[in-house]
Design a protein around this ligand. Structure first.
Ligand code: GRF
Length: 206
C-alpha cells in the first residue's frame, strides 16, 4: 500500500541497536527513494532502534511479550501494531523473535528478514558465532522471505564476506553488518520499486 506521497510504506521491526534500520532511514531521505519508513515496531521498549525512529520523526510501537497473556496473543498484537501502518513491506531488522500463525496469516507474504550468515547454513540467533566455530572461510548476509521456520524462508538476496585471520564474533559481525546494510537497502528499494514474485522458492525481483 502506498501513502499520499506515492512511496511504498515500509514497517521495520527491531529488537536491538537498529543500525540496519538507520541505513533504511538514511536511504529513504533520498527523494527518489521508492519507499518510506511508515513505522517502527519493537518487542523491547529499550531498543535503541526506537530512539533512531523517533529522531527521524517516524512513529513507533512497542509490543512486549510480557504485556500479553500468551504467545498467540502477542503474535496477534504484533500483527495489529504492524497493520496500523498499512505497510507494503515489513522488514525484520535484528528482530530477535519468531513470528507465529496470526502474524504470518496477515503479513507472511510481504515480510523479509535479514540474517548475518549465508543461509541455509547457520540459522538462528548465533549465525556469526556458529559460522566461526565451524571454521568457515567465507560467510555473509542473507535477506529472506519469512515463513514459519527459523530462517528457512525463500532467499531474496545474499552477499559473501570473507573470514579473516584473527576474527572474533564481534569483528566478523561488524564487517558482515556493513554488507548487510547495503544489501538490505538494495533489496527494500528493489522490492518496493518493482515488486517481487515467488515460484518454487525462487524469488524474482521486479
Ligand atoms: C544484524 O546482523 C541482524 O541480522 C542480526 O542482528 C543484527 C542487528 O543489528 N539478527 P542492528 O541492531 O541493526 O545494528
Amino acid at each position: 500500500m502506498e501513502g499520499s506521497s506515492g512511496r511504498a510504506r515500509v514497517v521495520v521491526l527491531v529488537s536491538g541497536t537498529g543500525t540496519l534500520l538507520q541505513a533504511l532511514l538514511d536511504a529513504a531521505k533520498d527523494l527518489a527513494a521508492p519507499y518510506r519508513i511508515a513505522g517502527v515496531v519493537s518487542d523491547r521498549a529499550e531498543a535503541g532502534g526506537l530512539e533512531r525512529a523517533r529522531a527521524a520523526g517516524v512513529p513507533t510501537a512497542v509490543v512486549a511479550p510480557g504485556d500479553f497473556p500468551d504467545r498467540a496473543a502477542w503474535d496477534a498484537g504484533v500483527a495489529k501494531a504492524v497493520g496500523v501502518f498499512r505497510p507494503r513491506l515489513i522488514v525484520l531488522a535484528g528482530f530477535m523473535r519468531l513470528l507465529g500463525a496470526a502474524y504470518l496469516a496477515a503479513f507472511g507474504d510481504c515480510t523479509i528478514n535479514t540474517h548475518p550468515a549465508l543461509l541455509p547454513s547457520f540459522p538462528g540467533a548465533h549465525g556469526v558465532r556458529d559460522a566461526l566455530a565451524h571454521g568457515v572461510t567465507v560467510t555473509g548476509a542473507s535477506v529472506i522471505l519469512v515463513d514459519e521456520g527459523t530462517d528457512t524462508g525463500p532467499i531474496v538476496a545474499q552477499r559473501a564476506v570473507e573470514v579473516l585471520e584473527g576474527d572474533d564474533e564481534a569483528s566478523l559481525h561488524e564487517r558482515i553488518k556493513v554488507v548487510e546494510r547495503e544489501l538490505l537497502v538494495e533489496v527494500v528499494t528493489r522490492m518496493t520499486a518493482h515488486g517481487w514474485q515467488v515460484r518454487d522458492r525462487r524469488v524474482r525481483l521486479g
